[in-house]
Design a protein around this ligand. Structure first.
Ligand SMILES: Nc1ncnc2c1ncn2[C@@H]1O[C@H](COP(=O)(O)OP(=O)(O)OP(=O)(O)O)[C@@H](O)[C@H]1O
Length: 971
């Protein structure tokens, strides 16, 4: 990781180049999500890659006490997996070595196993078509491996994984074996229930044994029970060798009956090969169609795999974070923690509507709930099939099984996109925001009336145009498709749809731009829309009242009187360049009710629009005619995300602070201030003020109306850098010899007895990007670093924190964790947690933060916030903008697929200084105020002088004119 000014891991992934033209080194940031289960090797743990929020599985093989057999299986699994490339086989991504463990990174199948699917049927038989769909994919995978002389040898419904979209993924190649010359493998392996007759008899077997297992799987799919299930193993074995299987249900076709009989033939010679099964009309008739479906559904994985097959040595950095969701506003004066979002329900993205919230979890499920006031009625925006007011997050069951990527909330509707780019909407269709068109016929008449749709419906318009990003305004929606086209629909008042008129549209309409524009992000606000291009330019349309779109230009007149002139632009109905922002390279934009926020590539916050409540954060509530950069408190800080609500703004910085400013009313700012008393306190906060008393990395933020919802992550321990990655042999595409038995041990122990392996890897000197030696990768990032003259492009590659390398700081993370690791493993108290993770968590420095109890009473009392002292303000002051790396992936508001920026927490010592720093911050604030007054005074003086000079100039000109007249007449 290279050092960044903000002291944080500003870019989760980076690529650096070794001197001498060697292969690049790529850093990947990971966060553990949950333990999936324990197998023969060790535990399988689900991780989130912070770069793209994708989920991967790491199968851990503990090398310290593993048997030869386990070592062999692990190595075998890697070798087999790394040579396979098939849509219906779990993809291998990478593998890493730690001192104690080998980690195999592979594709995560998010839909459970085929076994679970069968159990879930609860006795209801599958339709034949669905059975064939599963069979087609399974046989296709097996035919592929047989073609390259690989046997699976452990095919069972528990090893056939599924994605939520119904794709089959054959996994667990632990006991697969590449066949030798004789194409026969001898060892008896596998689960008895799926063992072929020749296997249980101890005879040699070949690929036909896998076919038998497929027969068992097919039988299970058709009957929902195992073929020769019995009360003891002996009976199972007897059944396999002697018994004929019981007949399947009559509802299935005779071809299906026949296929089952063929696959379960006792004599392997009589069984068809996998290729022959594929040729059976049951499977071959719809082959093209089914292959196409597999190809489409596998699109996401294909991309993930192709990205990771980049020939780079990957250094994985695991950060242990604790993710929590808080919301406030709408009468709740301080942040309330939502307990629902833990483990597999960990929130990935959040969105706020006028009276409801939505969240997408790491498992790609969507939860919605309401926060209504004064008998306000719901209209189906929660998608639960009714208009009940669910106050706690509830999963949208109708979308169960559909992988949701992101969600947005409008005033009274919700829209979400799936991994495949489909769009679902629900709630009020008053303005046509559900995108279903005029001719839409509801499937269930009872469920939805004309304008209220209570369960998600598919916006079929996008079936052929997969959507990448979506943003909901109060009453309109913007969508950016994967092929970079922009569509808008819903309320068209003030031209907010960018279609050149003010009409409402019930179907998505294509938004056109003059000239070629590469749109990166769309952001819909109350009455306007923003479109952000890849080169940092901002286009907008809709109402510009209060200058909320930033169109107004202010010029210092060159004419007679040198005064400022403001050109007020009321609205635009086609996307129009926001010229005043031209001098910035804008990376994120958020449209609020009466104002807007943008963030540039240096993390500067640039605001415009109404400043009635100080929501521009510039230190007063005076109106501003143009755009303004928020300095003062934010000077030197790097803003990563911002969101604008009704009269207020929430921002987060790379040093893990969350600030709010603007209208105090109803808890909008989350400070605990109360405006409901008879003697109202100050109504506004015009400079950024911290919301939390502890430090949080904000990976999700959304404000609408008077609500705010955030995902706050705390880094609970030092990042753990795994020492090395065995390299892939680029010619053979097999793992290098490091993975022979001996070499695994050598790599893990012998070569590196002193456990300081990073010292031994080549030093990276990648020009101005990276100037510190490799060993610091293992240290705890703690202080700020500035890097030299980092260019714009270089900035994209950085991702490092500064390092403290002195004293104990030079001790590796692994050395520290090794200390107590063994005991953890043995006591078995929490077998679901790998020892190193448990150890990390035990040693973790938790940063105190307000608990739910301390917040619960706040909405009724005029309570002061029960939060700790605000965090430090000045210790992490960054370099001036010119040297900063580009801020990438930041996003304002609910369009946000923000890329998290991990910054390690400050130590307790640092926290204890925060009060002093806070006071210092306040003193500086006073100074800043005084300086500001002085500047204003000087500006006024200057203006007067200018006026005098210009008057004199005019008089001089007049005198000259008169003189020349006099000279001309000779008087
Ligand atoms: N790629 C994957 N995607 C989703 N879940 C997985 C994946 N790999 C493993 N799992 C789940 O993780 C758990 C442990 O898996 P693992 O393969 O380590 O053991 P197992 O298959 O249960 O046992 P064994 O490997 O000894 O046969 C299982 O519940 C399995 O369903």
């Amino acid at each position: 990781m290279a050092a960044t000014e903000d002291g944080g891991f500003s870019s989760p992934s980076s690529t650096n180049f070794l001197p001498g033209g060697n292969d690049p080194i790529q850093e990947e940031m990971y966060t553990p999500v949950r333990v999936l289960g324990k197998g023969a090797f060790g535990e399988a743990v689900l991780y989130r890659k912070t770069e793209d929020n994708s989920l991967v599985v790491w199968k851990e093989v503990n090398l310290t006490r593993c048997s030869e057999r386990v070592m062999y299986d692990a190595q075998n699994e890697i070798e087999i997996l790394s040579m396979l490339n098939h849509a219906n086989i779990i993809s291998y991504f990478n593998h890493f070595l730690d001192d104690q463990s080998l980690f195999i990174e592979m594709e995560y199948a998010n839909g459970g196993t085929l076994y679970e699917k069968i159990v879930h049927q609860d006795g209801t038989l599958f339709e034949e078509e669905l059975v064939l769909w599963y069979l087609f994919q399974t046989v296709s995978a097996v035919a592929y491996i047989h073609q390259i002389d690989v046997l699976h040898r452990d095919i069972k419904t528990l090893n056939i994984f599924m994605t939520k979209s119904g794709l089959i993924k054959v996994g667990d190649f632990g006991i697969s074996k590449v066949l030798g010359d004789d194409k026969m493998a001898e060892s008896v392996v596998g689960t008895p229930l799926y063992m072929s007759p020749e296997l249980v008899k101890g005879q040699q077997y070949n690929a036909k044994s896998d076919v038998w297992a497929i027969g068992c799987v097919l039988y299970e799919l058709l009957t929902l029970r195992r073929v020769f299930e019995a009360s003891n193993q002996l009976k199972v074995v007897w059944g396999i060798v002697q018994k004929e299987h019981e007949d399947i249900d009559e509802r299935y076709s005779k071809e299906m009956h026949s296929l089952v009989t063929q696959l379960l033939a006792k004599d392997p010679e009589n069984r068809p090969s996998a290729a022959e099964i594929m040729a059976n009309p049951l499977l071959s008739d719809k082959k093209k169609e089914r292959n196409r479906k597999v190809w489409e559904l596998n699109g996401i994985v294909r991309r993930a795999k192709s990205q990771s097959s980049f020939q780079a040595e990957t250094v994985p950095v695991v950060t242990f974070t604790n993710s929590e969701v808080f919301y406030w506003g709408g009468g709740r004066l301080t942040p309330l923690k939502l307990e629902a979002f833990k483990d597999g329900n960990r929130a990935l993205q959040v969105a706020a509507g006028h009276s409801h919230f939505a969240s997408v979890t790491v498992e790609k499920e969507i939860f919605t709930w309401a926060n209504v006031h004064g008998g306000q009625a719901l209209v189906g925006q929660l998608g639960h099939g009714d208009t009940a007011c669910y106050k706690a997050p509830k999963k949208v069951e109708k979308l169960q099984g559909i992988p949701i990527k992101a969600v947005g909330c409008g005033e009274e509707f919700t829209a979400c996109i799936t991994d495949e780019g489909q769009v679902y909407t629900f709630g009020s269709d008053y303005y046509g925001c559900l995108g279903r068109g005029e001719d839409y016929e509801p499937e269930d008449d009872d469920d939805d009336d004309e304008e209220e749709v209570k369960s998600p419906i598919l916006v079929s318009f996008f079936n052929e145009r997969p959507v990448n990003k979506i943003s909901c305004g109060d009453n309109h929606i913007l969508a950016l498709t994967k092929d970079e086209q922009v569509y808008s629909w819903g309320c068209g008042e003030f031209g907010r749809l960018g279609l050149g008129n003010e009409d409402d549209y019930k179907l998505p309409q294509k938004v056109t731009f003059q000239g070629k524009k590469e749109i990166k992000t769309v952001s819909a606000g109350s009455e306007g829309s923003f479109f952000l291009t890849t080169d940092g330019k901002v286009y907008a349309c809709g109402s510009n009242e209060h200058n909320r779109l930033g169109f107004n230009t202010v010029t210092a007149g060159l004419r007679k009187r040198i005064v400022k002139e403001c050109y007020d632009i009321p609205y635009k109905d086609i996307p129009t360049l926001v010229k005043p922002l031209n001098r910035y390279n804008i990376k994120a934009v958020s449209a609020g009710h009466t104002h807007s926020a943008t963030i540039d590539n240096f993390g500067r916050l640039i605001m415009f629009g109404s400043n009635q409540y100080g929501q521009l954060g510039v230190g007063d509530c005076k109106g501003r005619s143009g755009i303004c950069e928020v300095k003062g408190f934010l000077t030197g800080k790097h803003v990563v995300t911002a969101s604008c609500g009704d009269g207020f703004t929430i921002i987060a910085t790379t040093d893990n602070q969350i600030f709010s400013f603007g209208h105090v009313d109803s808890g909008r700012l989350g400070h605990g201030d109360d405006l409901t008393g008879s003697h109202k306190k100050k109504q506004s906060v015009s400079t950024p003020k911290p919301v939390f008393g502890s430090l949080h990395m904000v990976s999700g933020l959304s404000c609408r109306y008077w609500h705010t919802i955030i995902i706050a992550e705390k880094v609970v321990s030092k990042p753990k850098t795994l020492r090395s990655t065995p390299r892939m042999d680029s010619n053979s595409s097999k793992v290098s010899s490091q993975l022979s038995h001996d070499s695994v041990f050598t790599a893990a122990v012998g070569q590196d007895g002193e456990k300081s392996a990073p010292n031994q890897t080549p030093e990276r000197s990648s020009g101005s990007i990276e100037s510190r030696p490799q060993e610091s990768l293992k240290q705890e990032p703690s202080t700020n670093h500035t890097s030299g003259n980092m260019s714009h492009d270089e900035g994209l590659h950085t991702g490092d924190s500064g390092q403290e390398t002195g004293g104990t700081g030079s001790m590796s993370q692994r050395e520290e964790t090794n200390g107590g690791g063994k005991d953890d493993d043995e006591n078995g108290e929490d077998s679901a947690m790998p020892p190193w993770l448990k150890n990390e968590l035990e040693k973790a420095e938790f940063i105190p933060m307000p608990t739910i109890e301390s917040m619960n009473n706040d909405s009724t009392n005029s309570a002061t916030p029960k939060v700790a002292a605000p965090p430090q303000y000045n210790s992490t002051a960054a370099k001036p903008p010119s040297g900063k790396p580009e801020l990438d992936g930041s996003s304002c508001s609910d369009s946000g697929f923000q890329r998290p920026h991990f910054v390690p927490p400050l130590s307790f010592a640092a926290l204890s200084q925060t009060e002093d720093n806070f006071k210092m911050g306040l003193a500086q604030d006073v100074e800043v105020e005084a300086l500001r007054d002085r500047v204003t005074h000087l500006e006024n003086e200057n203006k007067k002088l200018f006026t005098m000079v210009s008057d004199q100039h005019v008089r001089l000109l007049e005198l000259e004119k008169r003189l020349s007249q006099i000279e001309g007449t000779g008087v």
